[in-house]
Design a protein around this ligand. Sequence first.
Ligand code: ADP
Ligand code: GN1
Ligand code: MG
Length: 363
Amino acid sequence: MSQEILAKLLPVTANFDLRGVVVDAEPWGSGHINNTYRLTVNQSGLTVHYILQGINQNIFPNVPKLMENIQRVTRHIASRNPQDPRASLTIVDARDGKPYWQNPADKACYRVYVFIEGAKTVDAVTCPEQAYQAARTFGAFQCALADMPGAPLFESIVDFHHTPKRFQKFLKVLKEDKMDRAKLCQKEIDFALAHEKECSIVVDLLANGGLPPRVTHNDTKINNVMLDAKTGEGVCVIDLDTCMPGSCLYDFGDEIRTTTATAAEDERDLSKVRFDLNLFEALVKGYLSTAGGFLTPEEKMLLPFSGRLLTGECGLRFLTDFLEGDVYFKIHRDGHNLDRCRTQFELVAQMESLENEMNKFVK
Ligand code: ADP
Ligand code: GN1
Ligand code: MG
């Protein structure tokens, strides 16, 4: 199987100077957006790995600007950590000198990163220490981006966390119901409709100056941070496609979404899906240990709410994609996006009932 994949990818890898012979290629990780492979390269007897990604150009049509963002961010993070090569993703340029390669035949774009060895990602946390480490690492990343020189980053997905616009899109897709699926998810539709009011809290505050704009990652789910395989310490923030102007609350909210849940995002048995206050507390401690110094009182106050907002937004996006016919997120089974939506809405409901406890802890 992996040899078949290798045969397909060799014409792609030939366009990058990998300093050896590519001997294996296997699908890697569980991201929903790009096509990710781990390459094994024999460099004069030494085995070295790389990450090769086919970039999702439906979602990121402007690859040159996308890669310029990633180049700026990775260089800046690397310059902040000169002693630690694992602290930043490292792009391997194509032979033509660009940070990606475009196949002239079908226009598909690919990029290569140095593989971060001795580290792992997890799809669900198993202990508070992992939550602490993930949040500490994302907080440090935000802190480092705060003084990145140059013009604002390119908006790789416009209005990515504009929750009210996400809500309007949901209403439109629901009205069309072109796959005739609304009848399969009436409970989830009702849940979404009942939460419209909360959608605009953060975007309104950003617009009226109540919250400061920041440079953020915007996709801080738990499998976008690498943890040391031995010590469990946070090593590196990855998946930089959505680094752009945003709010700290987008990042912290998405951390809450995936780092305080006791089950995977697509768990079908909702009795296993629990928002865990201990994990939340570890997350808050980790985040404040690196980001606490620059957050405004308003940002701090909204940290607990951001969990509900981002978890609800993500559930809404899964529901919209289910209704639309699974056109955005990769799915691996029928109803996958609906299963994902259900876990997210379950978490929102639990966070609502624990609102006082969450607020008390942050205070
Ligand atoms: P997607 O945008 O599809 O989520 P990611 O960039 O997050 O893609 O990559 C998918 C997975 O591949 C990650 O969750 C991680 O496990 C792994 N990965 C990505 N980049 C690296 C890297 N440089 N070194 C090691 N593993 C990586
Ligand atoms: C996607 O790329 P990945 O799998 O890390 C998505 C996020 C969602 C997440 C839900 C560019 O993240 O916004 O929160 O799935 N990324 C993009 O799991 O849409
Ligand atoms: Mg990812």
